[in-house]
Design a protein around this ligand. Sequence first.
Ligand SMILES: Nc1nc2c(ncn2[C@@H]2O[C@H](COP(=O)(O)OP(=O)(O)OP(=O)(O)O)[C@@H](O)[C@H]2O)c(=O)[nH]1
Ligand SMILES: [Mg+2]
Length: 380
Amino acid sequence: MSPDTAPPDLTVIIPTYREEENIGAIVREVSRTLADHSIRGEILVVDDSSPDRTIPLVRDLERELPHVRLVVRSADPGLSQSVVEGFRNARGAVIQVIDADFSHPTTLIPEFFRKIHEGADVVIGSRYTAGGGIGEWPLSRRIISLGATALGRILFPEITDPVSGFFAVRREVVEGAPLQPRGYKILMEVLGKGRWTRAVEIPYTFTNRKEGASKLSFTTILAYAVQVADISAHAFSRREGPAWRELRKILRFALVGLSGIVVNTGILWALTERAGLYYLYSSAVAIETSIITNFLLNDFWTFGGESGHRMGRRIYRFLSFEAVSLGGLVVNMAVLFIGKEIFGIYYLVANLLGILAGFIWNYLVNRNVTWRSLPLDDTQ
Ligand SMILES: Nc1nc2c(ncn2[C@@H]2O[C@H](COP(=O)(O)OP(=O)(O)OP(=O)(O)O)[C@@H](O)[C@H]2O)c(=O)[nH]1
Ligand SMILES: [Mg+2]
């Protein structure tokens, strides 16, 4: 392509490593989809020096199709690194990322493109929203995928598939963003460090690759956990953006919980020592009072800052909070019991684990039920 031609409207990045069986067919299929919808697009294949025939095959395609380009990388191999290299080389105003192995339906690309034009900054192909799905995955892969998704959803609760490999962004989202690509979960990095406000999801069903084996390993999972921690630290230091708004809720919720301990202890002491009440009666009053003060602080402070939709009236939120707190008590005691009786952990230590589990329970259920906000978009 000569440098003086107008830039394309869309860049489709296809990262590849050893994709000789798929690359020709996928490039042609994407190409046809773009032509069918009159989208002026380019296809950017980013390859990590595959030792198979991927590179010569794409070279042939480059000669045959003017809108196909190949970038060959020779250092620091990796899927995320390759996608970021693609971002740097992309000329389109909209950037789409898609796997080479037909896991992602190319026919949806025009819909991604349209959503960006309708105002979305990020469009995510989701396996976990209504209408989406995964193929025949073995149980272990299902569990790992769900775990990774759950971890990601702590920071981006409204996004059902924050680790999807099938997504599109407006170019400004990633341009100049301090991305630190590693591992497989480039979308998390984009959501954590890119500039965006509006994300939209499109359901799709993941199709298994026919050739080759999955590369998922323990190190992949570890790298992902490190990435989530890094994104959290980034959000914390910037104090802006969607991930920061979530982190702030978690921190506030924790502070409110600590204040509840003070209220609980104070009332227990006062009623027992000053009012001469039997300590278990004092405790009942102390617990309920701290639940009420926690609720009020969370309702006005932790979850009160934004104008998002909330479940019904305050009284319903309060009843929900009570029920969730009761559940938290059960979780706390169950972990204490299992830790002590089954794993033989010293009971005070087991109780700390119980408190942590109870906190996670309380936060997640209250965040997503008691103070649930509306879904991101009207598409679901
Ligand atoms: N450039 C580059 N591309 C990669 C690398 N690893 C994977 N890819 C490509 O990234 C896409 C997704 O990789 P897959 O191996 O299909 O990952 P997956 O879908 O999680 O696993 P399976 O399909 O089960 O193997 C494919 O297009 C791969 O060719 C890499 O290290 N560098
Ligand atoms: Mg795949």
